[in-house]
Design a protein around this ligand. Structure first.
Ligand code: FMN
Length: 149
């Protein structure tokens, strides 16, 4: 099964650390930084996942725009994200962006990520040390379960 994970991870690289743990040692996974020069052909993948730090309550706008532009009708997907705080609504906007393609959502993974945005910087940030090694293991387990289906 060929998997693409299209991501944005700029605040502290928290999200991409999860993705690297998920992809380590696998040849069937490709990571695409949507903020870079991306030459992306969705037809090459069985599953296209999206990943991001949470910015103002949602996936970064660049991932949302990328998903809207590239995600195929009836495609399989999953979501990976990190935020300073957890919220059941963090993935609402990315889900809404592709809802018209009738996606098959295989799952989602969230963990806290070190956050020094705005006033949090004054107190040394929140969710210090996250993701930690247990988070990386959990992300790997999530992904192993997903591709084993
Ligand atoms: C501009 C900005 C806005 C943010 N907004 C939120 C937010 O609304 N909710 C939240 O839980 N975390 C928020 N965060 C914290 C990030 O989601 C968190 O640090 C995340 O792990 C960053 O991921 P990254 O390092 O992969 O970019 C924000 C961070 C920045 C820089």
């Amino acid at each position: 099964m060929k998997v693409a994970i299209c991501y944005y991870s700029r605040h502290h690289g928290n999200t991409v650390r999860l993705l690297e743990a998920m992809a380590q040692g696998r040849e069937d996974v490709e990571l695409f930084d949507v903020a870079g020069q991306v030459d992306f052909d969705p037809a090459r993948y069985d599953v296209i996942g999206f990943a991001s730090g949470i910015y103002f309550g949602k996936f970064h706008q660049s991932v949302i725009d990328f998903a809207r532009q590239h995600f195929p009708v009836g495609g399989k997907t999953f979501f990976v994200f990190t935020g300073g705080a957890s919220s059941a609504r963090h993935s609402d906007a990315i889900r809404a962006a592709i809802a018209d393609r009738a996606p098959q959502v295989l799952g989602q993974f969230f963990c806290k990520g070190y956050d020094t945005f705005g006033p949090f910087k004054l107190v040394g940030g929140i969710a210090k040390g996250r993701p930690n090694s247990a988070d990386l293991r959990s992300a790997r387990d999530f992904f192993d379960g997903l591709v084993a289906r």
